[in-house]
Ligand binder design. Structure first.
Ligand code: ATP
Length: 279
């Protein structure tokens, strides 16, 4: 039987923006009651244009921000950040990957320490065990033991994103929330990082919430697609059904605006990958 890893029930997030002298405060409803369930090993892509609430939802799903309404259930357990804070268990269960890996890596920390830190904080592993695990993870993400003592600036953008992915996996999470994880990378590097994510998902049984404005990337990686528009989920279905038969007027407009060439190039990449796998 399929196992539900994540359930979002009617998630809402309002921001109050102070109005200033003699002006009323303004309430911005960034997320207006979003619900979905996500099964183990699946990828839900969340798409929509800038300002539709994708990043707000990502922050809520990763406990960086608390919702103003609704509930999150992870692995069968209701999460209440406002009441319980962020517990060790939650931190282990869910990790986030951001668009800009350089921004999230401390430039003065060697990669070995970047990867060892979550273990140092959250486990009783010895220095030797942490080193071994970090080296293992470097190899899993396509880097090598020789990178252990290097600093973030010595890596390319794609390699830095691999390091960010390795760090996110150090505590064996069940769910990864990826907020535009390949948007800052060159096209060829994007494909490599997407392939890595697909391989890691298979190997570790990971569940992904993948936020992207790039439909060609979404078409490549997603099992399900949720389309957001002004804080609401206006469409949610399997990748194939949403792409081949979009129902909502906004989805139709969004898809019509995507250059066809992108979709074709991603199809070609996918076909090539399948050929390589079969060979
Ligand atoms: N801390 C905040 N205070 C006030 N308003 C905010 C805050 N964070 C987000 N918003 C507003 O909430 C809405 C949704 O923003 P959000 O960043 O979630 O959208 P997005 O779809 O991720 O956009 P982008 O792709 O540009 O990051 C926007 O109108 C934004 O201005």
């Amino acid at each position: 039987m399929s196992e539900v890893i994540l359930e979002a029930r009617d998630i809402k997030r309002d921001y109050v923006v102070p109005g200033g002298f003699l002006k009323k405060d303004k309430v911005i409803s960034a997320v207006k009651g979003v619900s979905f369930t996500l099964e183990k090993g699946k990828t839900l892509a969340i798409v929509g244009e800038s300002g539709c609430g994708k990043s707000t939802l990502a922050r809520i799903l990763t406990f960086i921000d608390a919702p103003t309404g609704g509930e999150i259930i992870i692995n069968g357990k209701k999460v209440d950040v406002a009441k319980d804070g962020i517990t060790k268990e939650m931190r282990q269960m869910v990790q986030i990957i951001f668009q800009n890996p350089y921004g999230s890596l401390n430039p003065r920390q060697k990669i070995g320490d970047v990867l060892g830190e979550p273990l140092l904080i959250n486990t009783n592993m010895s220095a030797g065990e942490r080193r071994e695990r970090a080296t293992e993870m470097l190899v899993k993400v396509g880097l090598g033991p020789e990178h252990y003592n290097r600093y973030p600036h010595m890596f390319s953008g794609g390699q830095r994103q691999r390091i960010a992915i390795a760090r996110a996996l150090m505590l064996n999470p069940k769910l990864l929330v990826l907020d535009e994880p390949v948007s800052a990378l060159d096209l060829s590097v994007q494909a490599q990082v997407l392939n890595l994510l697909a391989d890691l998902q298979e190997e570790f049984g990971l569940t992904y919430v993948f936020i992207s404005h790039d439909l060609s990337v979404v078409k490549y990686i997603a099992d399900e697609v949720m389309v957001m528009y002004y804080g609401e989920a206006v469409e949610h279905g399997s990748r194939d059904s949403v792409f081949s038969d979009p129902q909502h007027a906004y989805t139709k407009t969004l898809f019509a605006a995507t250059p066809r060439a992108d979709v074709e190039s991603i199809r070609a990449r996918l076909a090539k990958k399948q050929q390589t796998k079969a060979a």
